[in-house]
Design a protein around this ligand. Structure first.
Ligand SMILES: C[S@@+](CC[C@H](N)C(=O)[O-])C[C@H]1O[C@@H](n2cnc3c(N)ncnc32)[C@H](O)[C@@H]1O
Length: 249
């Protein structure tokens, strides 16, 4: 995912989320409905949410009337997911080892998580569980740093880790050429939820206690002092949701 961290660090970050599952559930954004409609074809009935986390995307799939299976490797995240989205069938597993039969789902989605997988193993494994003609959809919420205070926030966060996530990955056979789309929207959240959003980033979870406290202190100072934010009960955080979809041939 990130050219500035090593493979062992990447595995540590990918496995870190369970430790901050409650902050993740409270602070991370949902996704725009338009993105859900774009990545899941209208004909789909059974959908797999891969790397489902605490269920931020899963609940939108259930809300769209789909039959949803969620696969997530972290026990802490699965606990939040089962509580938040009881209508989804939740399983332990990864994108590289999906606990589902061959050709059993119409669509697979992975929100904010494809950058943690090994595509050499995950692409054939996703293709295995998809019915021919089924769709793989990948989604990322990216903070829109055209807003000056968001650029300042990103600078504080990048001091600890530069995240160079490829949000337009190549998939290759047996998938068709990927299509891309972007959706702009605003996440309105409280000051406490914004601090939870920061605390639930993988590279913040793995910091030492003092480093994490210092970073959260710096973010709190930005929220209290920036003229666009100080004294506001609600914060409008702009996002661009970047999507990829490809059809299994
Ligand atoms: C940033 S969270 C995204 C969670 C959820 N999809 C969302 O949109 O909120 C990334 C998730 O990917 C999971 N994950 C990490 N490596 C994975 C892998 N190889 N296969 C599937 N999921 C993985 C993590 O446990 C974590 O829950």
């Amino acid at each position: 995912m990130n050219s500035s961290i090593s493979d062992p660090q990447r595995r540590e970050h990918a496995a870190s989320f369970g430790a901050a599952a409650q902050a993740y559930r409270r602070g991370r954004p949902t996704y725009p409905r338009t993105a859900v409609q774009w990545v899941v074809p209208a004909s789909a009935r059974t959908v797999l949410d891969l790397g489902a986390g605490t269920g931020k995307f899963t609940e939108l799939l259930v809300g769209a009337g789909l039959e949803v299976v969620a696969v997530e490797p972290s026990a802490g995240m699965r606990e939040q997911l089962s509580d938040a989205v009881p209508a989804a069938a939740v399983h332990d597993g990864t994108a590289e080892a999906i606990p589902l039969p061959d050709a059993s789902v119409d669509a697979v989605v992975m929100a904010q998580a494809w950058h943690w997988v090994n595509p050499e193993t995950a692409v054939p494994e996703v293709a295995r569980v998809l019915r021919p003609g089924g769709t793989l959809g990948l989604v990322w919420n990216i903070r829109d740093s055209a807003e000056p205070w968001v650029a300042e926030l990103d600078e504080l966060l990048q001091h600890h880790s530069r995240q160079d996530v490829d949000t337009a990955p190549a998939l290759g056979a047996p998938f068709s050429e990927a299509e891309r789309a972007e959706f702009r929207w605003v996440h309105t959240l409280t000051r406490a939820a914004l601090l939870d959003m920061v605390a639930s980033r993988s590279y913040v979870i793995v910091l030492s206690g003092p480093e994490r406290a210092e970073l959260l202190g710096n973010v709190a100072e930005l929220l209290d002092s920036h003229p666009d934010l100080a004294g506001h009960d609600e914060i409008n955080l702009p996002y661009v949701t970047r999507c990829t979809r490809a059809v299994r041939k």
